[in-house]
Design a protein around this ligand. Structure first.
Ligand code: HEC
Ligand code: HEC
Ligand code: HEC
Ligand code: HEC
Ligand code: HEC
Length: 522
């Protein structure tokens, strides 16, 4: 059965339970349907459990109250796939939403501020393409030409949400996690110029909406924030009035899990699909004990999907969205005035490394820092794109990557570099009597010697990055790992190289000597 890929019912049932478990955590069911005996305490068990929704504060100077009213009344209409349900029901739902919006925007009025400029917008459009925003998000004007969505998150509503308040949007882009630690929107380490340009592009190309405002009552809105359950998710308030978890576990086609509005009654609407409802129901029928477990390899698998790493990276057989929408990127770049390329300046279309081998390639300490966005020097300075930070998930992801490849978190300790090998290695790396690796690879302050066609990572970085076994396998046969790579292969199928001296032309030993030398370079 496994060979034939015949759907195996046991595997499918297991996958359904996993899907239901993840939905239960992400959609924060336990925020309202509590049970202290079954739900692990904060910070224990499944990491996705009990993540707080965004802080609902500081809105008066940022957002348009009419937009907030629409979001609260029906978040899925604005962001398909959002984890926030439609909470308010009944004929006066729109009025209740306006009341809450009024409560949330009480306080200091917005400052007038600068207006977005057209030339910033063009530069911002190119950045939107070159940094890979376009892999996760639709362009703000995508509706106009009907570009395929590829499941990307729409941004056309930002002009309406921010009312052209460029500073507020730029501030969000510079630190998306400021009010929302668990956000899936990554941190790009944008400077002031970049964030202003991106904000200008997003605000000038979206859609403004003219509508009749509903006058909200802030006092009533303040009450509703408490009674409707908003603050259960948004501030970790304990659940009070909703049915207990034990009741929910027994329910069928009812409340939040109902398939029709009639069956749903006054319960929140998550816009669940039929398979999602089935997965949640199947999971709720278990004893929920798996919520107490935390398996790093599975955590990584879930997060790679949830955080959409494949927006920018290839991984196994999945190709990146960024590459799929290259026609859109090219138009955005072409809108900028043409400029001659200066040798050495970063380019927009250099290949992004695949994630297929990450777990066996990169050392845990480096990977944790890198995923958190805390490695100062870009490994690939020749590309405009950069790896954005996912600080909230870095530790678990890095450990999970290693476990997926069957490797321990830390590499075994190594003895001090062998002095004879170090000497051989230094020669083998260089251009007299060696392979001339430094033609493409920098070595600390020493830049690569050849004008590049195949720029490569500085060896000092590689030394911090790479696991020992990967180094050996890569140098022995680079195209086995990356069929597109421009790094030459130095060893023949028997592992022998062209250089018979030193080490009798034995590739494995020569490459090990190079690595021993690199360990001594700071
Ligand atoms: C904001 C609070 C809130 C959240 C979060 C929430 N629910 Fe509910 N749920 C309710 C309320 C309120 C009711 C009861 C509505 C009523 O009385 O008709 C309900 C009812 C239910 C019922 C019917 C129980 C019964 O037999 O009466 C089920 C099943 C249910 N929810 C499942 C879920 C699941 C699964 C999730 C997560 C995907 C979830 N709920 C998240 C508030 C919430
Ligand atoms: C890996 C996917 C990913 C990438 C890449 C990404 N984002 Fe996001 N972004 C998200 C997600 C997911 C959200 C929704 C909020 C959440 O889940 O926290 C979001 C939210 C946003 C929002 C807020 C939308 C709103 O309704 O207020 C803006 C603005 C935004 N992104 C702009 C950008 C820009 C500009 C870039 C490039 C510099 C970018 N994003 C790159 C995933 C991504
Ligand atoms: C089940 C949990 C849950 C409940 C209940 C809930 N929210 Fe949310 N809310 C979220 C999440 C999660 C987000 C982040 C958006 C995303 O992940 O797509 C969010 C986003 C928001 C935002 C957007 C914040 C921003 O800066 O863009 C507002 C406003 C908001 N919620 C208000 C409310 C109000 C008002 C209620 C009650 C009527 C409510 N929420 C109920 C989970 C919830
Ligand atoms: C917006 C596009 C984008 C997204 C989304 C993205 N990355 Fe990256 N990532 C990059 C770029 C560009 C590089 C190369 C940066 C460099 O080397 O200077 C990179 C490099 C990496 C590397 C180093 C790979 C190597 O072999 O050197 C790892 C590991 C990585 N990313 C993991 C992830 C994970 C895990 C996710 C999802 C949580 C993710 N990336 C999401 C753009 C992205
Ligand atoms: C023609 C240029 C070229 C030469 C010469 C070259 N390499 Fe490379 N090397 C590359 C490229 C291109 C990559 C892949 C860069 C990337 O991942 O983006 C690479 C990657 C590597 C990596 C992985 C680096 C990392 O941190 O991910 C190692 C190790 C390496 N090369 C070792 C060597 C050694 C040892 C030699 C000499 C025996 C050598 N290379 C010669 C082009 C070259």
């Amino acid at each position: 059965m496994a060979f034939a890929h015949t759907p195996n019912p046991a595997v499918q049932a297991g996958q359904q339970l996993r899907d239901g478990r993840l939905l239960f955590a992400q959609l924060n069911c336990a925020a309202c349907h509590a049970d202290a005996a079954k739900i692990p305490a904060k910070g224990q068990g499944m990491p996705e459990l009990g993540q707080l929704a965004p802080l609902l504060s500081g809105f008066s100077t940022k957002y348009n109250p009419d937009f907030l009213t629409e979001w609260i009344a029906d978040p899925h209409a604005i962001r398909p796939g959002t984890h926030m349900p439609k909470v308010l029901t009944g004929p006066d739902a729109a009025q209740k939403a306006a009341d809450i919006a009024a409560a949330l925007t009480q306080g200091e009025a917005p400052k007038p501020g600068a207006k977005p400029k057209a030339e910033d917008s063009l530069a911002g459009g190119a950045l939107f393409a070159n940094l890979g925003c376009i892999g996760c998000h639709q362009r703000p004007d995508a509706e106009v030409d009907g570009s395929p969505s590829h499941g990307r998150i729409p941004l056309a509503h930002l002009s309406d949400k921010y009312q052209l308040r460029i500073e507020a949007l730029a501030a969000f882009l510079k630190d998306p996690s400021a009010n929302y630690a668990a956000t899936r929107m990554p941190h790009f380490r944008l400077n002031d110029e970049e964030s202003t340009q991106l904000a200008s592009y997003l605000l000038l190309n979206g859609r403004m909406i003219k509508r009749k405002s509903l006058q909200g009552d802030a006092a009533r809105g303040g009450q509703l924030l408490l009674s409707a359950g908003c603050l259960n998710c948004h501030a970790g308030m304990p659940a009070t009035t909703q049915p207990a978890l034990a009741i929910v576990q027994k329910a069928a086609d009812k409340g939040c899990l109902a398939s029709t509005p009639a069956n749903r009654g006054t319960a929140p609407d998550y816009a669940l699909t039929a398979p999602q409802r089935a997965a949640l129901s199947a999971f709720l029928r278990t004893d929920l004990a798996s919520l107490h477990q935390d398996v790093p390899a599975e955590f990584a698998a879930r997060q790679i999907k949830d955080l959409n790493c494949v927006a920018c990276h290839d991984r196994d057989s999945a190709g990146s969205t960024w590459a799929k929408v290259d026609n859109e990127s090219r138009k955005l770049r072409a809108a900028l005035p043409a400029k001659d390329h200066v040798e050495g300046e970063p380019v927009p279309d250099a290949p992004v490394p695949a994630l297929t081998w990450t777990g066996e390639k990169l050392r845990n300490d480096w990977l944790v820092k890198f995923l958190a966005g805390k490695v100062e020097e870009k490994p690939r300075p020749w590309m405009i794109g950069r790896m954005p930070g996912f600080a909230h998930r870095a530790d678990g992801l890095a450990l999970g990557f290693a476990h997926q490849h069957g490797l321990p978190q830390q590499e075994p300790a190594e003895a001090a570099p062998n002095e004879t090998k170090v000497k051989f290695g230094e020669t083998l790396l260089g251009n007299s009597g060696g392979f001339n690796c430094i033609q493409c690879h920098g070595l600390g302050d020493q830049a690569a010697t050849a004008v590049f066609e195949a720029p490569a990572i500085n060896f000092v970085q590689s030394n911090e990055r790479l696991r020992k076994g990967y180094f050996a396998r890569w140098v022995m046969a680079p195209t086995r790992i990356d069929p597109q790579t421009k790094m030459p292969k130095y060893a023949d199928p028997e592992g022998m190289t062209q250089l018979t001296d030193p080490l009798d032309g034995k590739g494995a030993e020569q490459f090990e000597a190079i690595r021993e030398y690199l360990r001594t370079v700071k």
